[in-house]
Design a binder for this molecule. Structure first.
Ligand SMILES: *[C@@H]1O[C@H](CO)[C@@H](O)[C@H](O)[C@H]1NC(C)=O
Ligand SMILES: *[C@@H]1O[C@H](CO)[C@@H](O)[C@H](O)[C@H]1NC(C)=O
Ligand SMILES: *[C@@H]1O[C@H](CO)[C@@H](O)[C@H](O)[C@H]1NC(C)=O
Ligand SMILES: [Cu+2]
Length: 245
């Protein structure tokens, strides 16, 4: 009786195992990889391989990028969050700040004005660890030093790029949006606090005094003063473009 039960058990478990089809001619070794546990080994590496979202603040009380250098791995996304003013993320050559690189990244002009509850973003997927040189193509901002570097080879490279920018006599705008995705996030989710709302008298969202004439000339300075006018249009554009974010 006992022997009988044991035999039934053995037969049942043998039936549950994967059985090579004898008739198919596949050797039994072909089934060995199935017995391994691939998940154990991979768990350790997941942390190191995980992609990051790296926030960079654009504009605000001052016309700068914060931070102005980031280290990003391939697969990371640099999320530019646009604070006060009207700024861009535009790629240049290292030796030619303030001029768009042909085929390089460009976000278009993205504003933030007082009381805005949504923040415009530009999500830039990082596809290379080579240094990427970025400037703001609005008015004289680049010439005034609104530049940054993704994956700089050194801190000096960032300083030198900024100095080269400040020696330019003009800043050239980008054209089509390329290299990233325009979107919005709620202000509460942003990595910045907007500059205090300005009084009626002053043009909101921009500091006219900051315009200075460092090397910009008059045309560019006028552009930075226009920020107030087209608020509604640009906000609608950003909202409509929300696709993934
Ligand atoms: C922002 O809100 C304040 C307080 O309600 C108001 O005085 C100001 O005009 C608003 N600014 C804009 C640009 O809507
Ligand atoms: C800007 O224009 C004003 C008025 O025409 C002039 O006085 C000033 O010198 C100009 N500044 C520059 C940097 O060209
Ligand atoms: C932002 O600046 C660009 C270039 O100066 C200008 O064409 C655009 O109208 C501005 N947008 C807003 C909302 O001020
Ligand atoms: Cu700017």
């Amino acid at each position: 009786m006992r022997f009988f039960q044991l035999s039934v058990l053995l037969a049942a478990s043998a039936g549950a195992l994967p059985q090579p089809e004898v008739g198919s001619g596949i050797p039994s070794e072909a089934f060995q990889p199935r017995a391994k546990q691939p998940f154990t080994a991979r768990t350790d590496d997941v942390g190191a391989l995980a992609n990051k979202i790296i926030a960079v603040i654009v504009g605000g009380a001052q016309d700068y990028y914060i931070p102005n250098m980031v280290q990003a791995d391939v697969g990371d996304v640099v999320q530019f969050q646009f604070s006060n003013g009207n700024h861009t993320v535009t790629q240049s050559e290292e030796a030619s700040p303030c001029s768009p690189l042909t085929g390089g990244v460009h976000s278009g002009h993205i504003p933030y004005v007082d009381n805005q509850t949504e923040v415009g973003t530009f999500n830039l997927p990082v596809t290379s660890t080579d240094p990427m040189f970025i400037y703001c193509a609005t008015g004289p901002h680049c010439v005034e030093g609104q530049v940054m570097v993704i994956n700089p080879a050194s801190e000096d490279q960032v300083v030198n790029y900024a100095k080269t920018a400040q020696s330019q006599t003009e800043s050239i705008d980008g054209t089509a949006i390329i290299g990233g995705t325009v979107g919005t996030i709620p202000l509460e989710a942003a990595a910045f606090v907007p500059a205090a709302a300005e009084e009626e008298a002053a043009p909101p969202g921009e500091d006219p005094a900051a315009g200075g004439d460092a090397a910009g000339g008059n045309e560019t300075v006028v552009l930075s003063g226009t920020v107030t006018e087209t608020v509604t249009v640009a906000t609608a554009t950003a909202a409509a473009a929300v696709p993934t974010a």
